[in-house]
Design a protein around this ligand. Structure first.
Ligand SMILES: Nc1ncnc2c1ncn2[C@@H]1O[C@H](COP(=O)(O)OP(=O)(O)OP(=O)(O)O)[C@@H](O)[C@H]1O
Length: 259
C-alpha cells in the first residue's frame, strides 16, 4: 500500500546571500513518526525547517507537506510550526490564553469557534500551563513563553507539528514539560519534526534522527544513544564536551552512535 509521508523533501537546495546553505536534502517524515533533526550550530537545521514551511525560498528540489506540493494547496490548518527563539510576549498585556486562542484564527476564520475556551485549556494542559491561562505572557519565564507558543501551535490539533529548538535555553521544568507534551502527541499518533541540539529527555520518544552537517544529511536512521557518563540518569548534560569524542564528526553534543 502506498503511504503518503507527512513531509517529503527531495533534493532541496537553498542559497542565501550567495551562500549554498542546503546542498540537496532528501528527507521524509512518515505519518505518526517523531523525527529529530540534529547537527552542529550552522549546519542548516533551521534553514531546512524554514524551507519546509515555505519561509525561505528553495532554489531547486521539491517539498510536499501532507501529500501536497508546498504552496496554496497545502492544508496549513493541519500544520503547526513553532520557530526558534521567539518571545510570546508583546508590549501589550496579552494573556497566555489569548496567545493560544490566536492559534485558532487562520485563513477565513476571524473569530474563535464557540468551544474555543475548551480547546485553549486542552492545549495549555498539554504543555502543563493551565494555571497560567489568565497571566500576561510577559510575566512568564522564557521557557514558559516557549510552551505558550507550542500550545498556540497545538490548539488546532495539527496532524503535523514542526518545532525549531523548542527546548534551547529553557528551564528544566519546561524541558520536562516538553517531553511530556511530546509523549502525549505520540500517543495520539501525531507527526512531529523537531530540531534539537541534543536529544536529552526526549531521546526515548524519538523514532529516527536525521543529522545535518554543512547543509547535507550525514545520518538518517536510529537516534544516537547517550554515551558513557551521558547514559547516567544523574548526568546533567550541561558541561562542554571534548570535540575529539566519537560524535565530533557530526557536531551533536554528548552523544554517540551505537556501534
Ligand atoms: N538569511 C541568511 N543569509 C545568509 N546566510 C544565512 C541566512 N540564514 C542562515 N544563514 C547561514 O546558514 C547557515 C545555517 O544556518 P541555520 O540557522 O540553518 O543553522 P542551524 O543548524 O539551525 O544552527 P543553530 O543550531 O545555531 O540554530 C549558517 O552558516 C548561517 O549563517
Amino acid at each position: 500500500m502506498h503511504v503518503t509521508p507527512a513531509v517529503l523533501a527531495r533534493g532541496v537546495r537553498v542559497v542565501l546571500s550567495g551562500n549554498v546553505i542546503l546542498r540537496g536534502i532528501d528527507l521524509s517524515v512518515n505519518d505518526g513518526e517523531v523525527v529529530a533533526l540534529l547537527g552542529a550550530n550552522g549546519s542548516g537545521k533551521s534553514t531546512l525547517v524554514r524551507a519546509l514551511v515555505g519561509a525561505v525560498p528553495i532554489e531547486s528540489g521539491e517539498v510536499e507537506l501532507l501529500g501536497k506540493p508546498l504552496g496554496g494547496a497545502v492544508d496549513w490548518s493541519r500544520i503547526g510550526y513553532v520557530p526558534q527563539r521567539v518571545s510570546a510576549a508583546t508590549g501589550v498585556p496579552t494573556t497566555a490564553g489569548e496567545v493560544v486562542t490566536s492559534g485558532l484564527l487562520h485563513g477565513h476564520r476571524l473569530r474563535p469557534p464557540r468551544h474555543a475556551r475548551r480547546l485553549v485549556l486542552d492545549a495549555l494542559e498539554l504543555v502543563g500551563l493551565t494555571h497560567h491561562l489568565d497571566r500576561p505572557v510577559r510575566e512568564l519565564s522564557g521557557g514558559q513563553q516557549q510552551r505558550v507558543l507550542i500550545a498556540r501551535a497545538l490548539v488546532r490539533d495539527p496532524a503535523l507539528l514542526v518545532l525549531d529548538e523548542p527546548v534551547a535555553g529553557v528551564d528544566l521544568p519546561s524541558q520536562e514539560a516538553f517531553a511530556t507534551t511530546l509523549g502525549a502527541l505520540t500517543a495520539r499518533g501525531r507527526t512531529v519534526l523537531v530540531v534539537l541540539h541534543e536529544l536529552g529527555a526526549i531521546a526515548p520518544l524519538v523514532q529516527r534522527a536525521v543529522v545535518l552537517r554543512h547543509g547535507a544529511v550525514v545520518h538518517d536512521g536510529a537516534p544516537p544513544t547517550p554515551a558513557r557518563e551521558h547514559g547516567d540518569p544523574d548526568h546533567d548534560h550541561v558541561h562542554p564536551h571534548d570535540p575529539d569524542e566519537a560524535f565530533a564528526d557530526t557536531g551533536v553534543a554528548g552523544l554517540r552512535w551505537e556501534p
